[in-house]
Design a protein around this ligand. Structure first.
Ligand code: SF4
Length: 492
């Protein structure tokens, strides 16, 4: 049997063909020296790899090296590897002699099934909703015969509630992993690398919040299903200053490390509905994230091709400013939504999907920051960020840089959206209703500035036609444009 080469995001048992299969793992310091990652992301990945190596014991050869190529020079015998999750790694393993590349694992829909679905669409847009429904049928998830359980596919309407008027959702704290001696060793290594000047990180060190072992990941899953899933649906889009985790599962990081198979998480959630422990709207919202969005983004990463990452349909040319790249480390940002969201990223390497999309991504698009830089920033700054996750999510969904291949309209929003879905605006020095002047909300003004700047490029998109024409009726538009040009990339 060939030795199985396990990448750092292939850490669950399903990446081996049988329990005793010999394995190779390579810890490449070069990954962290080339780019500036969040400290807690580096910690999580190294901790997860070293924990997996400890579990495998004599079954694994664990090599530490500057690069993969250096490590492989010490390895004899043929290897097999499950297809890696980035173009760069995929090209690399396929260029090596004696390495058999197997189909990717850890997703719910195979590459073949996706390709067939995409080809059946012909010239029709590859809509997530249609992909998701077909996956529900094929995988027999939340189905009663040929009908969706509860008679409807989509509970988005129920799942977009604003936050309650209270400081937190009132749920118990999520279950947190306990750090051990492997974490101590990782922390000491990262401290030394930083001291030696080999690497530079963003964000703060902190207690490891995300699961690094399969055992921990299963614990997080059980805790989520028992205590958080029931409240997940209605408030999945809401944001509260005092509640960094809301009812989110915190499973994206262990899923993307390969510690859990997404279908086992889906089965647990469906069981919770079938046994009356969680409402259908919450369970459907969670299932949609896993067999819908997660797989959809994965397949589009490959489907759109290696050059997709360079798309820049809105010709966004500004560089990501330092205050954003450094996660507002100096505390200069006054816009409450942005400062709170950057604080979350700085402290945890994680905020949920709405602050990512409607605060961080929205601001980047409004300001016209380069989509490739924004993608790279998301990849490096989030504990669950990988190339495959961020390219389609940021280039297509968040920055509309593909001109509408993925999203039907730009996810741009003004202060009114943030005010409705959060408690940020009440304590902000800006006013979400004000477009021009000292109190002008940078998101509200930024929204109109974005539309005005891109009016020609967005012309013909019916989903944004009403807003484009409303912009022409704004008396203060020239002043607003002048104000936002002056604000530019300054920390708001
Ligand atoms: Fe953000 Fe504007 Fe609300 Fe302030 S007023 S929190 S800048 S949306």
């Amino acid at each position: 049997m060939r030795t199985r080469w396990l990448f750092g995001d292939q850490l669950g048992p399903h990446f081996l063909d049988e329990p005793g299969q010999p394995a190779l793992m390579i810890e490449s310091r070069g990954v962290f020296t080339r780019r500036r990652f969040h400290r807690q992301k580096a910690h999580l990945v190294l901790s997860a790899m070293r924990h997996r190596a400890a579990e495998l014991g004599d079954q694994v050869r664990y090599l530490k090296a500057g690069t993969y190529r250096e490590a492989l020079a010490e390895v004899s015998g043929d290897l097999s590897v499950c297809a890696p999750t980035s173009y760069a790694a995929d090209r690399f393993v396929r260029s090596l002699d004696g390495v058999e590349v197997l189909p990717a694992r850890g997703f719910c829909t195979s590459r073949d099934d996706f390709a067939q679905w995409a080809s059946r669409r012909g010239s029709k847009r590859l809509l997530m909703e249609d992909f998701y429904r077909e996956a529900r049928v094929r995988l027999e998830v939340l189905m009663d015969g040929s009908n969706p359980t509860g008679g409807q596919w989509n509970f988005d309407h129920d799942n977009r509630e604003p936050p309650p008027h209270q400081p937190t959702l009132g749920l118990t704290e999520p279950w947190w992993p306990h750090e051990d001696e492997i974490d101590d060793e990782v922390r000491a290594d990262l401290d030394r690398w930083e001291r030696d000047g080999d690497v530079r990180f963003t964000g703060q060190d902190g207690p490891r919040r995300f699961a690094a072992t399969r055992r921990e990941a299963l614990h997080v899953l059980r805790d989520f299903v028992a205590h958080r899933l029931p409240a997940f649906g209605p408030h999945e889009d809401a944001m509260l200053t005092g509640d960094d985790w809301m009812a989110h599962s915190l499973l994206s990081a262990p899923l993307n490390l390969g510690l859990l198979d997404p279908l086992e998480a889906v089965e647990r959630a469906e069981d919770a509905y079938r046994t009356g422990a969680a409402p259908l709207s919450s369970v459907e919202g969670f299932v949609r994230q896993l067999i819908g969005w997660r797989d959809y983004i994965w397949h589009l990463y490959w489907h759109f091709g290696a050059d997709y990452r360079h798309r820049n349909a809105l010709l966004a040319r500004r560089h990501v400013p330092d205050w954003f790249a450094d996660l507002d480390a100096d505390g200069t940002v006054e816009a409450r939504c942005l400062s709170e969201t950057l604080r979350g990223v700085r402290e945890h390497g994680w905020v949920h999907h709405i602050p990512r999309l409607m605060v961080l991504g929205n601001y980047a698009m409004q300001r016209g920051w380069r989509p490739d830089e924004v993608t790279d920033w998301f990849h490096r700054s989030f504990v669950d960020g990988y190339d495959w996750v961020m390219v389609a999510n940021v280039v297509g969904m968040s920055q509309y840089a593909d001109g509408g291949l993925l999203a039907t309209k730009p996810y741009a929003g003004g202060g009114a959206y943030i005010d409705r879905m959060s408690d940020f605006c009440g304590s902000c020095r800006y006013d979400p209703k004000v477009r021009v002047g000292d109190d002008a909300c940078p998101f509200t003004a930024g929204y109109w500035w974005f539309l005005d700047r891109n009016a020609d490029r967005l012309q013909g998109n019916q989903r944004i036609a009403r807003q484009l024409s409303a912009r022409q009726r704004l008396d203060d538009l020239p002043d607003l444009v002048d104000q936002e040009q002056k604000r530019g990339n300054d920390a708001p």
